[in-house]
Design a protein around this ligand. Structure first.
Ligand SMILES: [Zn+2]
Length: 255
């Protein structure tokens, strides 16, 4: 059987993100997903290692059955959620879909988002596990941060993984869209990690790489009095400059 193009791209993106020299995650940490078509998506199976994952490490699930969980007002036990996720599989999947499957499904439904990459890079975690994190990420610090990671990240306070986290991210993302009139590129989850959203794997990978650099620079600014934020006017200008938009497209390979 031919491998669908997006699945091949998802496997290669996952392996690159899991490359130990990048230090984005260790062991079975992190998870990735991609849209198959309007009806279904692939998500990493629980416990698989991104560095060595192959096509068989992903489950193909139906969007409507998974998104129903997000909309359901009724409290569901962990076992009930597991059962519902297994029932959402297009083919019988021997592996268990990631605990963050609902989170991936809703993000893959945002405009232009076809790939999602969730990692736990050490520098980003150092920031997200610090008391002053909200203050530290309240502004943008250099132009390339804005070009690759967007006008701002979505910050989500620590929430129990699984359905509660999926709901908290949903709220955060929609508040962002209301405020900025566009979808976010990066989500920072307190005491947890980073989610990069992309039209293609390159966008997810450039958002991840640039957030790792941004976090490192932010941490270093603590030695010299804390971050010096760009003015809101400068941030807006960089975000909307045609030459920076061109550069962004060259980096991400977007059309
Ligand atoms: Zn995680």
């Amino acid at each position: 059987m031919m491998t669908p193009k997006a699945l091949g791209e998802l496997v290669r993106m996952s392996q690159r993100l899991g490359d130990p020299t990048k230090e984005y995650l260790i062991l079975g940490e992190g998870n990735t997903s991609a849209q198959c078509d309007e009806e279904s998506f692939w998500v990493k199976a629980s416990g698989m290692e991104l560095a060595t994952i192959g096509e068989e490490g992903f489950c193909l699930l139906r969007f409507p059955a998974v998104l129903d969980l997000l909309m359901s007002g009724e409290p569901l036990s962990d076992d009930a959620i597991k059962e519902r996720l297994n029932g959402a599989s297009v083919h019988a999947c021997l592996l268990r879909p990631s605990v963050e499957t609902v989170l991936h499904a809703q993000l893959l439904n945002l405009p232009e988002v076809r790939f999602v990459a969730h990692t736990h890079p050490q520098s980003v975690l150092s920031l997200l596990c610090s008391k002053g994190v909200e203050q530290a990420i309240a502004g943008r610090i250099f132009p390339d941060e804005i070009v690759s990671c967007g006008i701002a990240p979505v910050f989500v306070p620590y929430t129990d993984p699984g359905l509660p986290l999926a709901k908290a991210v949903h709220e955060g993302v929609h508040a962002f869209i209301d405020q900025y009139g566009e979808r976010p590129k990066a989500i920072l989850m307190q005491n947890h990690g980073l989610i990069a959203l992309g039209e293609n794997p390159k966008e997810c990978e450039s958002v991840t790489a640039m957030w790792v650099k941004t976090a490192r620079v932010l941490i270093d600014t603590a030695a010299f009095g804390g971050p010096s934020f760009l003015s809101p006017e400068h941030v807006k200008r960089i975000h909307t400059r045609p030459d920076e938009e061109y550069r962004r497209k060259m980096i991400e390979g977007a059309s």
